[in-house]
Design a protein around this ligand. Sequence first.
Ligand SMILES: [Zn+2]
Ligand SMILES: [Zn+2]
Length: 61
Amino acid sequence: MNTERCPNMNHSRSNAPVKYCPTCGEVVNKAVPQRGCTEEKHAARRKGQDRYCVDCGKTLR
Ligand SMILES: [Zn+2]
Ligand SMILES: [Zn+2]
């Protein structure tokens, strides 16, 4: 387990706009429904800073 505090701002929000944290992959908002993702979407995310998909929680790299 990661003992360091995740720096992603979504954790401190009470109403995060995404289901999963893009930095650590943990669920930040259970109320957001799970979304199906395309490989295209994941490929685009891989080019960004995200390590995890915010919609399905999958590891991007
Ligand atoms: Zn996190
Ligand atoms: Zn995804």
